[in-house]
Write a protein that binds this ligand. Sequence first.
Ligand SMILES: [Zn+2]
Ligand SMILES: [Zn+2]
Length: 177
Amino acid sequence: MKNVYVFKVALKHVKGLWRRIEIRSDQTLGNFDRIIRDAFNHDTWDHLGEFYKERWSQGGYGEIYPDGKGSGTGKQIEQLGLSEGDKFGYVYDFGDEIHHILTLEKIMEPEKGVKYPRVISKNKPNYRYCETCKKQGQKTIAKWICIECSEDKESDVILCEDCMEEHEDHFVDEILY
Ligand SMILES: [Zn+2]
Ligand SMILES: [Zn+2]
């Protein structure tokens, strides 16, 4: 019995950022919401998520709260009636509206001993480098962006793990690759 769905989940408004996710047909949109949040560094303590068919404005499958509750949580993947090649949408954060396009690439047999859902691959990262280190002639991958300093300087202040310590009291966000 084939019951693992392989989805490519891509950010709609940022080019080149995607994750390939496997989920079992009997798992729910609540399970899917959770792994998308993890895979894209979205909060798991704030903001709503919702899956939808074509346009979110035409209504979705129901709200999903960060704690996994909500009217859109219980629906099973197989109840969506999807075939290979079908697309649907997911929105995270009803204020900022971060939209994702989900494409069902394949339905396949489950692998023994694998815990689903899981991320099996992702886009090739297009790394940016820490600006503080750059000034000292070093090339270190930036992991954080300081939102406060970026707003002050009106350009992205991006930092490696070590250099982030000086911004610990600021509002920083993890950079998604
Ligand atoms: Zn640095
Ligand atoms: Zn800062």
